[in-house]
Ligand binder design. Structure first.
Ligand SMILES: O=P(O)(O)O[C@H]1O[C@H](CO)[C@@H](O)[C@H]1O
Ligand SMILES: O=c1cc[nH]c(=O)[nH]1
Length: 240
């Protein structure tokens, strides 16, 4: 088997579960929770490693930002036999009661991005895998579970207005990749779940929030580590 064009990986024995992260630097933070870590590839920012968590091999790879880049990774992971994927990401809250560093777990996602419309009609739902979701609820009963929104435009002039519109319907948070992961998960028979660390309070400054994650400020850095540990715990619990 030749290597996949973008992630530059091929099928590996006994590796069927993966964590995907947006930020390539987050790969190192996941690696810090694993044993026997091997660097695998680094092509176009798709940095990947493999390591063991409680005896099971886990692949970790960065997707970069947005649905198209994430879909490339998910498609290529499917081609190399990955059947379970958890996104460990960040998001902005869309409700006032959600604090920084809280974990938002999308049960379903509003497909407000362009890519998944190329795969399936807009009526098709973007939903989490039930097995992974049940496991998340077992280990994090007080997480924020509900519908989130994935979008394409971080710097839109009308962002505040758009967020208000969706917030009104009870949407919990916003990211840019979860809908692509969930739709492709359903299409490819991959178990998929997102775990999102809240880095922006609702109606606070978006860029400031993302900067606080880059600068590893306390609450959001803790949220990131909590999201990594939860993902590993779930992957460890669910069978192959
Ligand atoms: O921190 P990650 O996982 O990249 O997730 C969020 O952060 C990026 C925007 O700053 C988008 O990718 C968004 O979905
Ligand atoms: O509000 C936010 C914060 C991070 N990422 C997003 O997509 N939106």
């Amino acid at each position: 088997m030749t290597k996949q064009a973008h992630i530059q990986l091929e099928k590996m024995k006994q590796v069927s579960k993966a964590i995907i992260v947006g930020d390539p630097k987050r790969v190192e933070r996941v690696a810090s929770c694993l044993e026997n870590v091997d660097k695998l590839s680094d092509n176009r920012g798709y940095i990947s490693i493999k390591g063991d968590y409680q005896g099971a091999s886990i692949l970790v790879i960065a997707t970069g930002i947005g649905a198209p880049s994430t879909a490339i990774v998910v498609e290529e992971l499917a081609n190399i036999g990955i059947d379970t994927i958890i996104r460990v990401g960040s998001c902005g809250a869309m409700q006032h009661n959600i604090p920084l560093g809280a974990l938002i777990i999308p049960t379903g996602v509003v497909r407000d991005e362009g890519l998944t419309k190329k795969y399936v009609p807009t009526d098709f739902p973007a939903v989490a895998n039930n097995e992974l979701l049940s496991s998340a609820k077992k280990f994090l009963p007080n997480g924020y579970y509900g519908i989130t929104r994935s979008h394409d435009g971080f710097y839109m002039e009308n962002n505040a207005e758009t967020e208000k519109y969706w917030s009104h319907f009870g949407i919990l948070g916003a990211d840019m990749e979860s809908s692509a992961l969930y739709v492709l998960g359903s299409l490819k028979g991959i178990r998929a779940l997102s775990i999102l660390n809240n880095v922006v309070l609702y109606e606070a400054d978006l860029s400031e929030g993302v900067n606080s994650l880059v600068n590893e400020e306390d609450a959001v850095a803790k949220g990131e580590m909590d999201s990594i540990k939860l993902a590993l715990t779930i992957l460890n619990e669910v069978g192959n």
